[in-house]
Design a protein around this ligand. Structure first.
Ligand code: PGA
Length: 266
C-alpha cells in the first residue's frame, strides 16, 4: 500500500487530482471507477476547474460508478446518478453515453440481478478499470460492501444496514421512501481494478483507516481487502491518519519515494 499523508484535505484532493489527470492524459481510453459521498467532492471540484481552464479533458474517458440506491430515479436529488451529474459530469466534457451508474430503478429483483451481471460484463468487456476511486465508511465499508461482506463479492444487490437506513432518513420526506437496498460493485470487482485510490479525510475515519491499513485482513473491515491489492494508494489527511501505529514508516517511505504518489503505473 502506498500511504500518502497530507496536512489537510485540500492538499489530498490536489494530489488525487494529479493522479486522475495522469490517467486522463496518458491513456487512449481511460476507464475510471468513481465514488460518491462527501469525500471526493473537492477532488471533483478540482477536476472540473482544471477542465474549465483547458488543462484536462474527459472526452476519451469511460466511467463506472461504485454504487446506486435501488428505487430512486436518476433525477432524485439523493441518487448517485444525480450526484455525479452535479459534481462532475455536467461540469466536464465527458460523453454522457460513456458514464455508467448502476440502474437501481427496476422493482423486479430478477431485473436488478440482470443489471448487476451486465455491469460486471461491461467492465470486463472493456478490459477492466484502470483507476478506481474509493471512500471509506467509518465502519470500514467500501462501496456498499458493509462489514462481513464477502471479500470476493462481485456487483450485486446489497441490503442496507439499519444504521445506514436510519442515517439516510433525514434526506427523505417519508420513511417509506428511504432506500432499503443498493446495487454495489463487490469487493472482488474493486480488487480487479489496476489501481485503487482511496481517500479518507477527518477524524471520523481514523479508526477505519487504521484497521484497513494495519489491522488484520478481515471481512469486519472490508477496506482491509486492499492489503491484497497489488497497487493501492491511500491519501489521508492528518486527522484520518491519527490512529496509525506505524506512522514513522509511512513518513520514511514517502520521503524516499521514487516519483510522485500514484505514478507507478506510468
Ligand atoms: P463519505 O462516505 O465520503 O460521505 O464520508 C464515504 C463512504 O461511506 O464510502
Amino acid at each position: 500500500m502506498e500511504i500518502v499523508i497530507c496536512p489537510d484535505r485540500d492538499k489530498g484532493a490536489a494530489i488525487a487530482a494529479d493522479i486522475v489527470a495522469r490517467y486522463l492524459d496518458r491513456l487512449q481510453q481511460p476507464i475510471l471507477g468513481l465514488a460518491t459521498g462527501s469525500t471526493p467532492k473537492p477532488l471533483y471540484h478540482l477536476l472540473a476547474e482544471r477542465h474549465h481552464r483547458g488543462e484536462l479533458s474527459f472526452r476519451r474517458c469511460i466511467t463506472f460508478n461504485l454504487d446506486e440506491y435501488v428505487g430512486l430515479t436518476p433525477t432524485h436529488p439523493q441518487s448517485y446518478r444525480y450526484y455525479m451529474q452535479q459534481h462532475l459530469f455536467d461540469r466536464v466534457d465527458i460523453d454522457p453515453n460513456k458514464t455508467h451508474v448502476p440502474d437501481g430503478l427496476p422493482a423486479d429483483p430478477a431485473v436488478l440481478r440482470e443489471t448487476c451481471r451486465d455491469y460486471e460484463a461491461k467492465i470486463a468487456a472493456l478490459g477492466g478499470i484502470h483507476l478506481q476511486l474509493l471512500g471509506i465508511g467509518a465502519n470500514g465499508h467500501i462501496g456498499f460492501n458493509e462489514p462481513m461482506s464477502s471479500l470476493a463479492s462481485r456487483t450485486g444487490i446489497r441490503t442496507l444496514s439499519r444504521q445506514t437506513i436510519t442515517d439516510n432518513a433525514r434526506f427523505f420526506q417519508r420513511s417509506e421512501d428511504v432506500p432499503r437496498y443498493a446495487i454495489s460493485m463487490g469487493i472482488g470487482t474493486i480488487l480487479a481494478a489496476e489501481h485503487c485510490l482511496l481517500l479518507a479525510f477527518g477524524d471520523r475515519k481514523a479508526r477505519a483507516v487504521a484497521a484497513a491499513i494495519e489491522g488484520p485482513l478481515t471481512a469486519r473491515c472490508p477496506a482491509s481487502a486492499l492489503q491484497m491489492h497489488p497497487y493501492a494508494t491511500l491519501i489521508l489527511d492528518e486527522a484520518a491518519a491519527s490512529d496509525l501505529q506505524c506512522r514513522p514508516e509511512y513518513d520514511w517511505a514517502a520521503a524516499n519515494a521514487l516519483g510522485t504518489p500514484g505514478t507507478n503505473n506510468f
